[in-house]
Ligand binder design. Sequence first.
Ligand code: ADP
Length: 327
Amino acid sequence: AAGAPAANAFDDRALDEELRPSRLADVVGQRKVVERLEIMLAATRMRTEPLSHILLDGPPGLGKTTLALALAKELDVECQITSGPALAAPKDLLPYLTNASGNSILFIDEIHRLPAAVEEFIYPVMEDFRVDIVLGEGLNARTINMKLKPFTIVGATTRSGMLTAPLRDRFTFREHLEFYEEADLAEIVRRNAIKLRTKIDDSSALEIARRSRGTPRKSNNLLRWARDFATVKQKEGLITNEIARQALAMLEIDVLGLEEQDRKYLRTIVNVFGGGPAGLAAIAHTMNCPPDTLEDEVEPFLLRCGFIQRTPRGRIVTASGLNHLSG
Ligand code: ADP
């Protein structure tokens, strides 16, 4: 990383691969979810059936892709990856379906963005591994029915509320991923420091964890930044607490892990909309930021901090939110 880019510039998904745990046993935290998945895996192995379809929901960077890949690894099957926006029409899904080997996994990220036509096409796939393909048009149109090998769809979404009921119901197993505890994030930082061949002491790992907004992807990004910072500023490249603090300060990440964008969101509601209620579209417009980014990446953590409330009339900054801004 050159210079001190904004914290958001670190959200590079390409970097995820390097630090992704590949086995379920190496997945840190989310104990309840992992335990339930382990039961499902064990049952699947005994019956030699494909795993049931699984829906994972939660904010970005909490491990949805990681879990899908780990499940495939545990079952020793391949995992194809696609996403809702990439599947504009049923024909875009077809290659994935015909490529899917028996019991393999198809991971569909942002599944709430599947166009309606693709969604309807996917119902018979999920129910009985069958597709109905319409060939030709008008009077000459005929439907070909094709049988597929049984496989598993793992859907990921940041907005389970945006899924239609028929789609949601076809996932027999639904899990919500919560933000991570500090201790789990610190463990992730320590393990990944080893992978990155960087030395970090426990208190610095905790410092990074504390400021990661409950999100492993953020921890990884902050760790990489602290490593760069230590390499430049400190002879042995050791990430000490002092180095970690300076590195985080340079990114303008505050004690709770809020970034400039989070504070700007709070300030906008307070200064422009008198503390709220303010509609999401109006806030996004004022901030010159896509409403989806605010809803997916900014609001969930501020809600969890208790800094904002979502009401039918719009977003409101709470007293503790105000307190944090002025503190
Ligand atoms: P999502 O698909 O929910 O956006 P990812 O699965 O891509 O999130 O996770 C982002 C990165 O965070 C991964 O590359 C991995 O390094 C790390 N990560 C996520 N969850 C965990 C976990 N439970 N344990 C260890 N690392 C994790």
